[in-house]
Design a protein around this ligand. Structure first.
Ligand code: GLU
Length: 446
């Protein structure tokens, strides 16, 4: 069968079943396009139908969460866990609490997670979960009760060798603590079933910083390959969460000038670059503020503009660290107009398919999230092994391992994505992750 007909067949098959799941179809078709030649060239891959089998999650758990708000009223939310692939290790991936969460988004995130986790080289499968619960504006006791009710439904489906959730958007140390407390209470077991735990009860050093720091370690490797230093480069960042702030901090510590951060309500701009102190302050106090960027602006650390874009200043490097599809075609064009030369994704799938085309046409070096933001889940993998061995490794050992893992991912991207002097990081990452998963399918049989 020709290259196109295999690709068309898969696309049509997915379209017919999941036509309304747009993010999921976007993610699966982007990977399929990149790996189709590798698939077609391998008889075992075709015989075992690996592409179609990898496109569909192994299991989707859907439940309802009933909980009591501060006015003693019952609230009802939906919860999911998409266990995409357990081929190379326990299902592994974050939980997201956000009103936009639905099955399509979690399926695409779980699918991407399997490829990302494969790239880390660690024994971790891929999953994602979450709820349409919106923690914004909720009291801490409401968030705690919601987390407890959510875990009361989820606990039976997870375990240290089965499925190990972690954080994602709106789920960080505090929520992981509440979720873990409930899990431990129900099972009377202290183990590594969640990662991102506080250091005082089994968490790992560097886990909080890992996604943002890992993004900057990947950036260093990419810039080295392009023979240009990070020092004095101008960097724009979208987002104001854990990933964005730690990326901004590490880039600043390494001599770059970070000029923007953003949230859903506006952007904080500072052409001379944020100071290390202001970023540390933001990291330490973000949970106490409704709008940390506005608070930084009020303290004289930049100019917060409502409804503004983080891409409106000239910059060398763009790091989208907010959410999926935040960079559409006009935003990509804005990056081109402001001289961006490198774009590394801190968020999962922040660029639309049209944005990718604009970046490619303008020769912007593009690194997909599954490679550049894998640092977080990689350190989660190390948290799992530390928990299993009742051990805690030092901060500097973990930070060094994080650098090695990011460099190894960079190397895999080059190995699979470099042709005739051109580097296609997205294709490289997709092929490297695909080979590891596809080989596992073949070896494990049907
Ligand atoms: N949510 C993060 C990600 O997208 C981390 C997942 C984890 O640590 O399991 O990779």
């Amino acid at each position: 069968m020709s290259r196109e007909s295999n690709l068309d067949q898969l696309t049509n098959w997915l379209q017919a079943r999941y036509h309304d799941q747009t993010e999921y179809l976007q993610a699966t078709s982007e990977i399929a396009r990149d790996v189709i030649d590798v698939f077609n060239a391998n008889e075992a891959y075709k015989q075992y139908d690996v592409l179609r089998r990898l496109s569909v999650p192994e299991r989707i758990i859907h439940f309802t969460v009933h909980w009591l708000n501060d006015d003693n009223q019952v609230e009802i939310h939906q919860g999911w866990r998409v266990q995409h692939s357990g081929l190379i290790g326990p299902y592994k991936g974050g939980l997201r609490f956000h009103p936009t969460v639905n099955e399509s988004i979690l399926k695409f995130l779980a699918f991407e997670q399997s490829f990302k986790n494969a790239l880390t080289g660690l024994p971790i499968g891929g999953a994602k979960g979450g709820s349409d619960f919106n923690p914004r504006g909720r009291s801490e006791t409401e968030i705690m009760r919601f987390c407890q009710a959510f875990m009361t439904e989820l606990y039976r489906h997870i375990g240290p060798n089965t499925d190990v959730p972690a954080g994602d958007i709106n789920v960080s140390g505090r929520e992981i603590g509440f979720l873990y407390g409930q899990y431990r209470r129900i099972l009377n077991q202290f183990g590594g079933t969640l990662t991102g735990k506080d250091i005082s009860f089994g968490g790992s050093h560097v886990r909080t910083e890992a996604t943002g720091f890992g993004l900057i370690y990947m950036l260093e490797a990419v810039l080295e390959t392009h023979q240009t230093p990070l020092k004095n480069k101008v960097v724009g960042i979208s987002g104001a969460g854990n990933v964005a702030l730690h990326a901004a901090l590490r880039a600043t510590q390494l001599g770059a000038r970070v000029v923007s951060l953003s949230n859903s309500r506006g952007a904080l701009l500072n052409e001379s670059g944020f100071s290390e102190n202001s970023l540390t302050q933001a990291i330490e106090t973000k949970d106490q503020h409704n709008n940390i960027l506005k608070a930084l602006s009020d303290d004289g650390h930049g100019d917060y503009q409502a409804d503004a874009s983080p891409w409106q200043l000239n910059m060398d490097i763009a790091l989208p660290c907010a959410t999926q599809n935040e960079i559409d075609e006009p935003a990509a064009q804005k990056l081109v107009d402001h001289n961006v030369r490198f774009l590394l994704e801190g968020a999962n799938m922040p660029c639309t398919t049209r944005a990718h085309q604009v970046l490619a046409e303008n020769k912007i070096v593009y690194v997909p999230g599954k490679a550049s933001n894998a640092g977080g889940v990689a350190i989660s993998g190390l948290e799992m092994s530390q928990n299993a061995a009742f051990r805690r490794d030092s901060y500097s050992d973990i930070d060094t391992t994080l650098k090695h893992i990011m460099r190894s991912i960079h190397q895999q991207c080059l190995q699979e994505g470099q042709r005739d002097g051109e580097i296609n990081y997205a294709k490289g990452a997709n092929i490297a992750g695909f080979r590891r998963l596809a080989d596992a399918i073949v070896m494990q049989g049907l």
